[in-house]
Design a protein around this ligand. Structure first.
Ligand code: 13P
Ligand code: SF4
Length: 304
């Protein structure tokens, strides 16, 4: 089958089976084209909870599919490629954070959404990269233990100097490997371009950027901007999507190190096999995990 034939089949089957397809903005263009909703992890978590369909297919990584299941436990939630994990989400488990919490009993535990459902069960509030500053600003407690991403945590702490942040040394290995030299080189190559980066990059890198924001934030900024040239400091797919969306502008990768193998793991064929019922994995979480993890996601939606 050609790509278009595969896409047409996916569209036909999803209608026939009442399936809603969600795709994170880092997914390939041919996947985004057949999705009902696309966007960053915050937008998708809200879209998933509002979708009327009985089955949700989450084309992204595992923590995103788990978040859909937590918000819609009555729905069948499938991920097309079960190997699509997230290196950051897999870094910290419940046992470790339970121990850390004992050292900081008067801290509100804020979990980046890039965490497992199991870890969310012992956290107080969830945040995403697009909502972290706003949500942390609305938390009454001055003391915040922010896990697992120390780079996003440092970025939020800088915006909220009145809060007292404790950070652990976790983070996204893909975004964290961008360095100052990479930014200098890209700026030398494209001196007219604005630098847009994700807050999962290090503080040294975000300090050199013209704009810091989530995947959707970066896309919206570039689309609306009067500027014509941009250096994109997040997963390389975002520069590609923007180039399609804005053919009159130029988008450059900050560095080719910004390739997430997990986000690239899901293919259009995986999606086709998932909707036709021959592949994929159903997300199964026990009732207690769902109920406990939901509290911190509900708190995010309430404050956001
Ligand atoms: P967003 O919250 O911007 O969607 O990012 C998710 C992610 O995994 C970034 O690496
Ligand atoms: Fe996880 Fe980093 Fe990939 Fe995002 S880019 S899914 S944080 S490993």
């Amino acid at each position: 089958m050609t790509i278009t034939e595969l896409q047409n089949e996916i569209i036909r089957i999803k209608k026939e089976k009442d399936i809603c397809i969600l795709a994170h903005s880092y997914q390939a263009r041919e996947i985004l084209e057949v999705a009902d909703f696309t966007g960053d992890s915050y937008k998708l978590s809200v879209d998933a909870s509002k979708a009327p369909n009985k089955t949700i297919v989450m084309s992204g990584v595992r923590f995103m599919a788990e978040t859909c299941k937590i918000l819609s436990p009555e729905k069948k939630v499938l991920m097309p490629n079960p190997h699509a994990g997230c290196q950051m989400a897999d870094q910290m488990g419940k046992e470790l954070i339970s121990e850390v919490k004992k050292q900081f009993p008067d801290y509100t535990v804020v979990a980046y959404i890039n965490t497992t459902a199991d870890l969310k069960t012992i956290c107080d509030v969830c945040v995403t990269s697009s909502s972290a500053v706003e949500i942390c600003s609305k938390i009454e407690n001055k003391n915040i233990l922010f896990i697992p991403d120390c780079n996003l945590g440092a970025y939020v702490a800088k915006q909220l100097p009145d809060k007292n942040f404790k950070l652990l040394s976790g983070g996204c290995p893909i975004h964290a490997c961008v360095n100052v030299e990479d930014v200098k080189k890209a700026k030398e190559l494209y001196p007219e371009a604005e630098v847009l980066v994700h807050p999962e990059c290090t503080p040294e890198v975000t300090a050199m950027a013209d704009y810091v924001g989530s995947t959707s934030g970066i896309m919206n900024y570039a689309v609306k901007s009067d500027k014509k040239e941009f250096i994109i400091g997040t997963e390389i797919s975002i520069a590609e999507h923007l180039q399609y969306m804005c053919p009159d502008k130029s988008f450059h990768y900050l560095t080719l190190k910004l390739i997430c193998p997990n986000m690239k793991a899901t293919t259009l064929v995986d999606l086709y096999n998932c909707v036709n019922g021959t592949a994929g994995e159903e997300i199964i979480l026990d009732d207690k995990t769902i109920a406990d993890a939901k509290k911190c996601i509900d708190e995010m939606i309430r404050l956001g």
